[in-house]
Design a binder for this molecule. Structure first.
Ligand code: HEC
Length: 288
């Protein structure tokens, strides 16, 4: 868990977004009809991919971010028991769909110096659906809950992971994960690792391999867990679990998260697009 959140808290921002301080006025309201007619399933998928690593939206607990149940009935930064940044504590407004839309369009500067640190704005095509989904789940919708066949694809355990967690699958099974071990006084130890659809892990270094699996069914979010061995650095093994949702947001950078290695050593983790052709397993699955 700690590892997953550490990853998120150092995620990179998209830069250059135009500043849109909330004080500059009430953002445009979103018509109730548009929200009531929005696509709940797409909204849920977007929320799961971008928010659920840090937030529950139904009645639930705080994760790295506050629980969002009842969001549209409360003042910003007031959820009891959650330690908000001064920015959110001092902002004086009640959450509305329009306010949330404005923040998600510009998560870095709409509430300057907030702690949310999401890596990038939510694309416009996802925002209405996501806000509509959040209204239903947080108890704010005054329209009936949409009736959806197979409402929770991830819960249907007869389906393969590729269908239950499609964005996680596409991101992790076809790209390269790079770990860089910072070693005091020595050069960095860098290794590229490939998570394969059959649950194995291979790498670009002889002797380094491992396995991965998905851990679900507990009170927390579904987790992606892996064990790797054979590193040329002490202690030679690494075992970690990260929320699947956190590994589902496609983004590429050599340094996306940090974790603690052996004796205070820092391991930087990142994801690079694609992987070498000779690592055949994933390529086959992709077309099949
Ligand atoms: C990396 C973890 C993380 C992710 C991912 C994340 N949040 Fe947050 N969120 C936080 C934190 C931390 C805060 C408190 C921010 C502060 O105090 O400045 C917060 C605060 C909020 C609040 C304000 C709640 C209140 O009571 O005032 C809303 C609304 C919110 N997030 C919505 C979202 C949505 C929607 C997404 C997905 C697009 C999302 N968050 C993704 C961590 C996250």
């Amino acid at each position: 868990m700690r590892f997953g959140y550490a990853f998120l808290s150092i995620a990179l921002f998209a830069t250059g977004a135009a500043a849109a301080d909330y004080k500059s006025g009430e953002p445009p309201a979103i018509a109730r009809d548009a929200l009531a007619k929005a696509d709940y399933v797409k909204g849920r998928a977007a929320f799961q991919a971008r928010c659920s690593a840090c937030h529950t939206v139904g009645e639930g607990t705080d994760l790295a971010g506050p629980n969002l149940f009842g969001l549209f009935a409360r003042q910003v930064g007031t959820k009891e028991g959650f330690d908000f940044s001064p920015t959110l504590k001092n902002a004086k407004f009640k959450w509305t769909p329009g306010r949330l839309n404005a923040w998600l369009a510009d998560p870095k500067t709409y509430l300057p110096n907030n702690n949310m640190m999401i890596p990038e704005p939510v694309p416009e095509k996802d925002r209405l659906n996501m806000i509509s989904f959040m209204m239903v789940e947080s108890g704010a919708a005054d329209w009936p809950r949409p009736v959806i066949a197979n409402a929770n694809a991830a819960a249907d355990t007869s389906k393969p992971y590729s269908e239950r967690y499609p964005s996680f699958w596409n991101h992790m099974m076809f790209n390269t994960v790079r770990y860089a071990f910072d070693r005091e006084g020595q050069s960095e130890y860098v290794i590229d690792v490939y998570y394969n659809p059959d649950g194995t892990v291979s790498s670009n270094q002889k002797g380094v391999d491992g396995f991965w699996h998905i851990k679900e069914g507990g009170p927390g979010p579904a987790m992606f867990c892996y064990a790797l061995k054979g590193f040329d650095v002490e202690p030679g093994v690494m075992v970690e679990c990260i929320p699947i949702a956190a590994m589902s947001i496609p983004r590429f950078n050599e340094r996306l998260w940090k974790s603690k290695g052996y004796k205070g050593q820092v391991i930087n983790g990142g994801i690079l697009p694609g992987r070498p052709q000779q690592n055949g397993g994933a390529e086959k699955q992709k077309s099949g």
